[in-house]
Design a protein around this ligand. Structure first.
Ligand SMILES: [Zn+2]
Ligand SMILES: [Zn+2]
Length: 253
């Protein structure tokens, strides 16, 4: 077995050792590393794109034949804080495993892979060129102490770097988590909605800035029911009144 764990500890950014594929361990060429960081050409097809088999409003993926937006079971009886949600990949198979490694085993270098994946949201024709404020979903400070990094924030900064220049992006961590909440993944749909009430706020010093003519992008690693992003969006609307708020995530549960 390759001594991967200690290599990463020594060199989390893989600056000295040539990078290898996270899945099959084969060395990566510069081209491959630029195309999809930490995945080789043979493993890229293992990722499952969402494609257009999803609700155009909340982004919920349809397992069966495509349905119209009106019939989406996730959003038809809810008021969502964001205008719509876009995620390029499904949270399954290798992507779900890698996301797990990233968040819970501190494989922070994988932010490069996920940030790159997230730039695929620009293929959605509703996300047009212009001024965008990028707001990562915040972590509560208690969870931050356990995890040592905010996964959404790391992904956001790579996303901003790799996005096309005509997307005029400003990374602004405008939200803080003011209430410690149980992990959303542990709850069913109804409890998820209740769990987040008053969980987020904008710190006083951040409230004054005006973002005239800007649209907002809320960034999370995984979106499932969209409750977290929706709650974040409602808080942003309260303070900034943006024209549009779009929730984006690397993976869709
Ligand atoms: Zn591979
Ligand atoms: Zn929907």
């Amino acid at each position: 077995m390759m001594p991967r764990a200690w290599l990463r500890e020594l060199n989390p950014g893989r600056l000295v050792f040539p990078p290898v594929c996270e899945i099959c361990d084969s060395p990566l060429s510069t081209g491959e590393q630029a195309e999809m960081p930490f995945l080789c050409g043979s493993c890229v097809p293992l990722m499952t794109p969402v494609s257009d088999r999803c609700c155009h409003l909340c982004g919920q993926v349809f397992e069966g034949p495509a349905l119209s937006t009106l019939q989406c079971s996730n959003c038809r009886d809810r008021e969502l804080g964001f205008d719509f949600a876009v995620s390029p990949y499904r949270s399954k198979g290798v992507m779900r495993d890698l996301m797990h490694e990233y968040k819970y085993s501190r494989q922070i270098h994988l932010a490069r892979l996920f940030g790159k994946c997230l730039t695929e949201v620009w293929q959605d024709s509703r996300l047009t060129a212009g001024k965008w404020v990028v707001v990562p979903v915040p972590l509560h400070r208690k969870r931050y102490r356990e995890r040592h990094f905010n996964q959404a924030r790391e992904i956001s900064s790579i996303f901003v770097k790799l996005s096309p220049p005509e997307m005029d992006l400003k990374l602004r961590p405008l939200l803080k988590r003011v209430r410690y909440t149980v992990r959303q993944a542990q709850l069913d749909r109804d409890l998820r909605l209740k769990n987040l009430q008053s969980a987020f706020d904008v710190p006083v010093f951040q409230r004054k800035e005006r973002y005239q003519g800007c649209r907002f992008l809320i960034v999370d690693d995984v979106l499932t029911t969209g409750s977290t992003a929706s709650e974040c969006a409602s808080v942003l609307r309260r303070y900034f009144d943006p024209e549009e708020i779009v929730a984006i995530s690397v993976l869709r549960g």
